[in-house]
Design a binder for this molecule. Structure first.
Ligand SMILES: Nc1ncnc2c1ncn2[C@@H]1O[C@H](COP(=O)(O)OP(=O)(O)OP(=O)(O)O)[C@@H](O)[C@H]1O
Length: 596
């Protein structure tokens, strides 16, 4: 219990700070509007008592003047309270949007510093999804609950004064009878949170399958293989298990809650009967009776609201903690390197590099020695899974080798300021991003500082060979892509790949990393790019992975990778002459073309 209170306290403080930072004005507005609304509610009760008493007095005096004064005052009070309630709603909505914006920014800022290694782990994906899903809603719940708490507290305190004036023990009883319900509520919340965590990854998987089955680019395969039924039966089974589990838990807690509420109602009605008795014995007014009975109801409601709010705060706190866990997560991978990248570097060297993926056993790269000279083009060839892309990931310092070192001139790559290094690198990955944006911005994102420079964008499009196609489109560079979005068109995979290549050209970086950049291109386009590769890569250091030897042969040096080790290196002619591994692969491909 003490631990729970401590967690609640620290979470609430975190949330209040978060909300305060999201929008100070809305936070204050909501806070004060809630307090006023609460106080006005209690004031209305006192005014109402005076109206009743004034009406009763009018039986004797024959004048309703005082009652009318009170009625007018009551009317203004109610109008003022409605204004306050409306202000609560207004500030709540503004604060909700501001919090959403602030939280999104915090999460995205955090994701920038999460390493590839962490992204290889399901845990970070669970954390991100929990933070994304729960943070805004739960923070707003917490805010709403805090608002209710403040309002409940102001109603409770003001009605408590009225009750204490009548009989202090009634006030204490009203307070105490709610405690069992509080405990049951907290138990339910803890149990639900336990279940939420237990189910989370499977629920994430269920959500993922739903997206998978409805994603535009997947529809073809989903239809042809008819996989919807398969996933539907998996979803059915999961939902059924969860519904049964929820029913059982709910039943147990509902019985406990009904029992506690039953006892509470009996006590409350006994107290009301007691008040009636006292009013009769002491010959008090009907206004007094209404005031005290109303005070019991309002006090009881306020206390049960407060306790309900405490349970909600406890529950939301548990969930929102996932967000704080993510935000406070140690990102030891945050770059602490201070050496600036030398754009006039001469070599990049792998010295006895051994690497295996974190959480995987068995080295993917073994004792690798590679030298990349400035201004030259290098190709890496090898069978699927031999480790080619892994080499590129190490050059990009997305991972760090377990043994050996990678140097850029005399500096270990780990000492180089990573974001400075990335300014000088452009890359086309196998699984490049297809942005749901215009063609212009799909290319322009290669160099955000130059995003609107259409002349350079068209130049980059020309180099990749996509320009003639762009010219056929009515909206040209402004054509929106990805059919899932209104007013968009779709492109072929090869055209998308050309866009990804244009993006890399647009960056115009001295280091080019190309992982199968021509895999989806037609022979004409491939020949055009491959044929021009020397010209396109002029003055650039280029590292290229390709399975097509027509592209590979143009490299200044080719490394042949087999089971994580470099087994041959040299120019195309040199490697063909030694008739080794490269020669074998080259001939298998050439035979395929020449067979007929
Ligand atoms: N993130 C990862 N975690 C664990 N293992 C991985 C990861 N990425 C790749 N691997 C494994 O590392 C090995 C090398 O993969 P890599 O992508 O470097 O091969 P490749 O030579 O580029 O293959 P391909 O020609 O098919 O693109 C493979 O066996 C693969 O299963």
């Amino acid at each position: 219990m003490i631990k729970s209170v401590k967690i609640m306290k620290s979470t609430l403080l975190y949330v209040l700070k978060l909300l305060w930072n999201s929008s100070k004005l809305s936070f204050c507005g909501l806070f004060f509007a809630n307090i006023f609304a609460g106080i006005l509610l209690s004031a209305e009760m006192i005014f109402w008592k005076n109206i009743i008493n004034a009406v009763q007095a009018a039986f004797e005096t024959g004048s309703l003047k005082i009652a009318l004064y009170w009625l007018v005052a009551y009317m203004f009070l109610e109008i003022f309270r409605n204004v306050m309630e409306e202000m609560c709603q207004y500030y709540k909505i503004v604060l909700s949007s501001s919090t959403n914006k602030y939280i999104t920014k915090l999460i995205l800022e955090k994701t920038k510093n999460i390493s590839m290694e962490k992204y290889d782990n399901a845990d970070i994906h669970n954390k991100l999804k929990k933070a994304n899903e729960e943070s805004t809603g739960r923070s707003m719940n917490l805010l709403y609950s805090t608002g209710l708490f403040i309002k409940g507290l102001s109603v409770a305190v003001s009605t408590a004064f009225i009750l204490v004036n009548f009989n202090v023990s009634i006030m204490i009883i009203c307070l105490v009878i709610n405690i069992p319900i509080l405990f049951i509520g907290m138990k339910i919340a803890s149990r639900q949170y336990e279940i939420y965590n237990k189910r989370f990854e499977n629920i994430r998987f269920m959500d993922y399958t739903k997206t998978l089955l409805t994603k535009h680019e997947n529809i073809k395969e989903v239809k042809v293989y008819g996989v919807t039924e398969y996933f539907m039966s998996f979803l059915d089974t999961s939902y059924k298990t969860y519904i049964d589990e929820d029913k059982a838990i709910r039943k147990r807690f509902s019985v406990q809650k009904i029992g506690a509420s039953f006892v509470e109602s009996i006590i409350i009605y006994m107290m009301k009967a007691f008040i009636c008795m006292i009013v009769i014995i002491n010959k008090m007014t009907i206004g007094d009776l209404t005031l005290y009975i109303g005070a019991i109801d309002n006090f009881r409601n306020a206390v049960s609201n407060i306790l309900y709010v405490i349970t909600s705060i406890f529950e939301d706190g548990l969930y929102v903690n996932n967000f704080f866990e993510l935000i406070n997560m140690q990102t030891e991978d945050t770059d602490k390197s201070t050496v600036k990248f030398n754009s006039c570097f001469q070599t990049i060297r792998f010295e006895n590099v051994w690497f295996h993926y974190p959480n995987s056993e068995g080295f993917i790269l073994e004792n690798l020695n590679i030298e990349i000279e400035r201004g030259k083009t290098y190709a890496i060839v090898g069978l699927n899974g031999s480790g080619k892309t892994t080499i590129l990931k190490l050059i990009l310092r997305l991972y760090v080798p377990q043994k050996g070192n990678i140097y850029i001139d005399d500096h270990n790559i780990n000492d180089i300021e990573i974001n400075d290094y990335y300014k000088y690198v452009a890359a086309v990955f196998q699984d490049f991003i297809k942005y749901p944006l215009t063609i212009k911005h799909n290319i322009g994102l290669g160099n955000i500082s130059n995003l609107e420079n259409e002349t350079d964008i068209l130049q980059a499009a020309k180099k990749s060979g996509i320009l003639p196609y762009i010219k056929t489109l009515p909206d040209g560079l402004d054509t929106k892509l990805q059919k899932e979005w209104t007013g968009s068109t779709e492109m072929s995979l090869g055209q998308w790949q050309k866009l990804a290549i244009s993006r890399a050209f647009f960056k115009d970086a001295p280091i080019m990393i190309l992982d199968e950049p021509t895999a989806s291109l037609d022979p004409m386009a491939e020949r055009e790019i491959s044929g021009n590769i020397k010209a396109l890569m002029k003055d650039k250091t280029c590292l290229l992975i390709a399975h097509r030897f027509s592209t590979v042969r143009l490299a200044d040096k080719i490394y042949v990778l087999k089971l994580g080790t470099i087994v041959e290196s040299g120019t195309h002619n040199e490697l063909v002459n030694i008739q080794g591994e490269y020669f074998k692969l080259f001939h298998i491909q050439a035979e395929g073309y020449l067979e007929t």
